[in-house]
Design a protein around this ligand. Structure first.
Ligand code: BGC
Length: 748
């Protein structure tokens, strides 16, 4: 039966019921019409399927599953194919477990490194987030299992996450906090979007028609269903009117009754409810008609895959003197509880009950030359003198020490923001003591978000493993010994200290979270402020070296409807095979609006054998040059010169070129007495009308600058550009009548 005919036969009670969950994880069934109940589960980097009692905080037991690297690690792969295959693997697991929808991915922006859920989010950059999401969703949905983009939108902190009001200006919202959703919605067609708990500019997201309908459906063409974050409903009827389809977990029948009553009272038109019902029916029938009953969840195979994926995500932050890869016959000491008990995931609703976990200490058990010392207790920040002494003594006698450090579980969790960026004191102390005894020290980090590294000048090599999933132990060993060449790049900046971070003065805020740093999030901020960082966005080393050359642009001038092809050559000039992430940034050289120094607009991950060279090409369109112009409103390219920067990181730009881009759009303006000459001259019409005026001005100018000395030309120019039109009358450059006819001509 098709969804329209099912809808026609549904009672009002059944309709209200379908828009309300049956329990924590299921929709309601309508047996008489053949509509089954379907299950949805967290997400995002593994399957948290609760067969027993449900909860949304990861407290109760879920089935044994596989934990893949979390989003901050996945984004560091900068690898679209990898994200697609993670999605496919999870889709297969869902089919095998009869799960119709995976509650993820999480694409909130890393506004501050303090957000407790940053490990679940991809990046500080909306373009990278959108790319990673698009592929993940395509992979997952290729198995006929739905994705659920969460948490929509501007939900970038855990403090007061259910009530806080994110105050965001329109340009920032569009360019940063919605841009990460826009592309995946348009291109990957997710089955669903989850509205967040918080408010946006004074309105709860669960009742926000502008976001749930006007932008999501009407502008971006979303055709799935919108689900609440668990318990995010405020006024259920208002929510339905705004475009909120499904209320989860739907405990109790209070909201359902309110829907029925509102229809009876004529407050909620039944056609509006029908729209939501249709959205639900499409999803339920699509899944149930495409069930893959042959799918098998092979936990061993997927655990091995989680290890391969982690290898693509690890970021080699520092490697002075080529200490890494380790010599397989050197005397090595592994230090730190994380070597035995790695931290590989965060806490909260994404918590996976892993079937298998590998650790580095067990992985090297067969090697006589690698020993292990615990060094510290992970749950505590107090130093343990005996453990520390044992580790330092062992380090002194070894050729190399490898310390496994990072953030304990309690530091990164849903519902709580971090208070600082430091790893526990006992770990910092241990690192200092070990490196003093053994200069050949490597630090391996397990954490989901940036940390400070007070010892960085003394430690020659640092590996960022992030929260690398349940096979991270084995993968770390392969990377340390060079069986795999690291190729990850940071998807976020590592600041030198908390006080340097963009939202420092306003994060997390109280009842309101004011996004006063605007569009300057992550590297956009550090670059604009010309600040040093610990490690920049896009940074990551390899065991080989890459040489860049031959940058070519297909044209020197384009208009904003044309495409520009950028080609560049990259060569592996080292001795081992490796992968490089070639990053393309665009720089607006001549903007009159505030714009970041440079913004990531494309990237490619290429694999190269020693001596091999490849040509990479990127195709840029309007999106690469545009900013969001609220006066239009829409995406707008300002005419002028743009820089094309090709880099190995955002701060390691290897090649640059320039292109002139001409806008085909004009920002509509209404001219008033307060419009400045500069504003008028920005428009075609203004330039024409003013051309006639100019001659008159020159002839009768009272502002001859010759007698004013050096620099006076500049002053006069600036005064002219910033002069409100009406002032030309005050200064006698125009009569009242001339002014009136000018305004009329300009606005015609
Ligand atoms: C979280 C969501 C999660 C949901 C269901 C909420 O508390 O914010 O990310 O999908 O619970 O567990």
């Amino acid at each position: 039966m098709d969804v329209q005919s099912i809808l026609k036969q549904m009672t009002l009670e059944e309709k209200a019921g379908l828009c309300t969950g049956r329990d924590f994880w299921h929709t309601k069934d309508i047996e008489r019409l053949g509509v089954p109940s379907v299950m949805m589960c967290d997400g995002p980097h593994g399957l948290r399927k609760q067969d027993g009692e449900g909860d949304h905080l990861g407290i109760n037991e879920s089935i044994k599953a596989v934990c893949f690297p979390t989003a901050s690690a996945l984004a560091s792969s900068f690898d679209r194919d990898l994200l697609r295959s993670v999605g496919e693997t999870l889709g297969n697991e869902c089919q095998a477990e009869n799960v119709s929808l995976l509650l993820g991915p999480g694409l909130n922006m890393k506004r501050s490194p303090l957000c407790g859920r940053n490990f679940e989010y991809f990046s500080e950059d909306p373009y990278l987030t959108a790319e990673m999401t698009t592929e993940f969703v395509k992979g997952l949905q290729s198995k006929n299992v739905g994705a659920c983009l969460k948490h929509y939108a501007a939900n970038d902190q855990e403090t007061l996450r259910m009530t806080s009001d994110s105050v965001v200006d329109e340009r920032t919202l569009r360019e940063v906090y919605l841009a990460c959703f826009e592309k995946p919605v348009r291109e990957a067609k997710p089955y669903s979007v989850m509205c967040s708990y918080n408010q946006l500019n004074g309105e709860y997201l669960s009742e926000n028609k502008r976001l749930l309908t006007d932008i999501l459906r009407d502008e971006w063409g979303f055709d799935g269903f919108v689900v609440t974050d668990w318990g995010a409903v405020q006024d259920r009827v208002k929510g339905l009117l705004a475009g909120l389809d499904l209320d989860m977990p739907g405990i109790g029948d209070g909201n359902q009754k309110k829907i029925i009553q509102a229809v009876k009272d004529g407050i909620l038109p039944e056609e509006k409810l029908d729209e939501a019902v249709l959205n639900m029916l499409k999803y339920i029938m699509r899944y149930s008609e495409n069930r893959d009953t042959n799918a098998v969840f092979d936990r061993e195979k997927d655990h091995a895959k989680a290890g391969d994926i982690a290898a693509e995500c690890a970021v080699l932050l520092k490697n002075n003197g080529g200490l890494l890869p380790l010599n397989k016959s050197a005397k090595i000491i592994f230090i730190g509880e994380f070597a035995e008990n790695p931290r590989y995931q965060g806490s909260g609703s994404s918590h996976i009950n892993s079937a298998f976990v590998s650790n580095a200490a067990d992985t090297v058990k067969g090697m006589n030359n690698v020993l292990y010392a615990k060094g510290y207790i992970a749950k505590s920040s107090e130093p343990d003198a005996a453990l520390e002494k044992e580790a330092v003594d062992a380090a002194r006698q070894a050729d190399v020490a490898v310390i496994f450090a990072g953030l304990p579980n309690s530091y990164e969790t849903e519902g709580v923001d971090r208070k600082h960026l430091d790893i526990p004191d006992n770990q910092n102390r241990l690192i200092e003591a070990v490196v003093k005894a053994q200069p050949n020290t490597v630090v391996v980090l397990h954490n989901g978000a940036p940390v400070t590294m007070p010892w960085i000048d003394r430690v020659p090599s640092v590996f960022e493993m992030y929260l690398g999933g349940d096979n991270v132990g084995k993968t770390t060993v392969s990377l340390l010994f060079g069986d795999v060449n690291p190729s990850g790049k940071l998807a976020e900046s590592f600041p030198l200290r908390l006080a340097d971070t963009p939202a420092y003065l306003f994060y997390p805020g109280g009842k309101t979270a004011e996004y006063r740093e605007g569009i300057y999030v992550g590297y956009r901020y550090y670059d604009k402020r010309e600040m040093d960082v610990l490690f920049p966005f896009g940074h990551g080393l390899s065991y080989t070296e890459f040489e860049y050359g031959g940058l070519k642009l297909s044209k020197t001038k384009i208009n904003d409807n044309e495409r520009l092809t950028v080609t560049v050559k990259v060569k592996n000039v080292g001795k081992v095979a490796g992968k490089e992430v070639v990053q393309l940034y665009v720089r607006d050289i001549e903007s009159t609006e505030g714009r970041p120094i440079r913004e990531l607009k494309d990237f490619a991950k290429v694999e190269l054998q020693p001596g091999e060279e490849k040509v990479i090409s990127f195709v840029l369109d309007k999106n690469a040059f545009a900013y969001y112009e609220p006066r239009l409103p829409g995406w707008y390219v300002e005419s002028g010169m743009f820089g094309i920067d090709i880099g190995s990181s955002s701060r390691d730009i290897r090649l640059s070129s320039e292109v002139e881009v001409e806008s085909t759009q004009e920002i509509p303006m209404i001219f008033t007495a307060h419009s400045t000459v500069g504003e008028i001259m920005q428009t075609e019409k203004g330039r024409m009308v003013m051309a006639g005026m100019q001659k008159h001005n020159q002839d009768s100018s009272h502002m001859s600058s010759e007698h004013l000395g050096e620099g006076s030309d500049e002053m006069v120019k600036a005064m002219m550009v910033e002069m409100p039109l009406k002032k030309a009358v005050s200064f006698g450059q125009m009569t009242e009548e001339q002014f009136e006819s000018l305004i009329k001509a300009l606005n015609e």
